[in-house]
Every structure is written in structure tokens, then in C-alpha cells.
Design a protein around this ligand. Sequence first.
Ligand SMILES: [Zn+2]
Length: 367
Amino acid sequence: MENNEANKHENVAKAEEVKSTNTTAPQNTQKTENTQNSQNAGKPNEAKPTGDKKPPYNKKRKPNNNSNNRARTNNSRNNSAWIAELKKAHSINERSHKERLNPHNKLNLSTNAKVRITPLGGLGEIGGNMMVIETEKSAIIVDVGMSFPDEDMHGVDILIPDFTYIRQIKDKIAAVVITHGHEDHIGAMAYLYKELQFPIYGTSLPLEMIGSKFDEHKIKQHRDLFRPVEKRTQIKIGDFEVEWIHITHSIIDASSLAIKTEAGTIIHTGDFKIDHTPIDGFPTDLHRFAHYGEEGVLLLMSDSTNSHSPGFTKSEKTVAPTFDRIFSTAKGRVIMSTFSSNIHRVAQAIDHGIKYGRKICVIGRSM
Ligand SMILES: [Zn+2]
């Protein structure tokens, strides 16, 4: 739209130029003056450099003869047409900026549709992420994570969210939807599924990680509830339409969720670290965020550890030169520790081990 408008103005500008040259073709003096005019087109009030005694082209001068007079009439008409065109383009662009920067104006705020969001963990704390999104008739649970005890919680191994509210509304729960495979997002799944079961939607890595938890807790049969999803595809779940959008994070195969409800679209970013050069070669699908942004978003839920710290986190790729230096020069063993879920880091360590002909050994409970 903006481009078309810009092209239109450019064409008008060209047409004016041609017309102006044709009109003045018979007389050399006028031709010179009009050429000057078209060179100055678009900047009518620009002052001449000092030292040049000639007045600006649009400043009134005494006419020399009649034909000059005619040319001037043309000029001033052209000038006023130009100014009108510029003003029009300016106001169109102003309006376009307003629309672009305020897409929420596209939301239907007169709807009576309602959506209720209840966080059961993960807000104001690290870990235990679990949230219920519900309408009058149906509900979905986003993530079922665990958290770790403080040093004064003696004898406590892990913490899981309080499932009381889930028990109360269990009949309207259509599914559990999973953003990514971190423990604080899937770590309590087995504890919930021992008691209550719902379909589980997610991408392949988080589902497989939940699967191994089910195996460990001897509820392998609940793998039947897995519903693997394709990113960029809207899936109808109860009253909701949910799309998984690829986002970069310290674990691979992470997703944001676009949740369409009758009340409007909710964007839940999930955990993320925007990395434009991720190790697996799959950067964040910013185009899908832009798509929903254009449509208008009712609510954005965005949460990222250390988001209150200024600056940005460097790409995972920046680790490579350090690995290169250490792996190539170390005389003995190289011992590297990391979160087991940081698959990008583990992959880089293995790649460098192979590159420098070293043997690789992976140790750790969840490695
Ligand atoms: Zn995470």
C-alpha cells in the first residue's frame, strides 16, 4: 500500500518534469530556468549557497516578457500541485504509521467473549511453570513444571505446583500444551498424570522427554495421549486455536504459543533467548510474530530470566572460538560442565572433541 502510494507520487513527479520541459522547449532561456526548477523539485524552500546573488526560483521577479510570464504561471501551478501531492503523501504516511504502531485498534473490544488466565506457578519465581487458560466451556493447561527446594527445605527433593484448581475444573480441560522440554516446564507432568490424564500437545523433543519421565514413573501407557504438533499450524483444541511458533532458547525445539480465543489472540512467548545464529540453524520465527502483530494481539505474556538486566545475551556460537582454543591446546583431558538441557552447548563440545581427535564421555544423571 505504502509502496504503491510512493510509486504513484514518483510517477506524478516524472510526469510533471516531462510536461514542464515540453512547455518550455521553444525558448532557451525558459528551458534553462525550468531545468533548474526540476532539479529543485521536492525542496522548494531550500536556500541558495551564500555568494550566489540569484534569488531562489520560486521567488517573484519582474517578468521580462509575456512568454516568460506564461512559463511562470505554469511553474507556480506545478509548484502548488507538488505541494499538494507532498502534503497528501505526508498525511497518508502519518495515518499508515498510526495504524502500524497501534494494531490493537483492530481488536473487537465490543465482544462479550471472556478468557480467564490462572497461573499456578512460575510467576515471580524460577520454576514450577504452570498456567490455566479457560473460557466458559473449555480450558487448556500450558506447561506443568517443577521447581527446586530452598536450602532450608530439608528432605524435599523437588517442588510441584498445587493441582487443587485442576481437580476442580478437570471436566473442562481439553489438553495440556507444552512449550519446551526444560524441567521447570515439564518436570511435574508425571505427578499430574498419575492422577489426571489429558491429551498432551507439543513438539517432538519435549514429548519424548515427557515420555522418558512416564517410563521412569511406570505410566508408560500415557504416551498414548501424545499429540505431536507441527509448527506454523493452527490446531483446534477445545475453544482455542493454538499455533506453535519456533523460538530460540538454551534448549532446542522450543516454542511460543499463539492462542486464538473468541476474545482475541494471546501470545505466550514461553522462555526464550533470541539468537540469530543458533547452532542448529533454526532462528526464531519472527515472521509469525509479525503476522500476529499485524492482526492485533489482545495479550502478550512474555517472561525471560534476567530480562531486567540491560544489554543482550550473545549468540551460542560465540562459545566456539574458546572451545577451539582450549580443545586444540590442552595437554590432558578437557572437562566441561553445562546444564544437561543445553543441547547446543553439548553439541559444540562433542563437535570440538571430534575435530581435535579426542575421546568423548558424557556423565550426569540427566545427560
Ligand atoms: Zn526454559
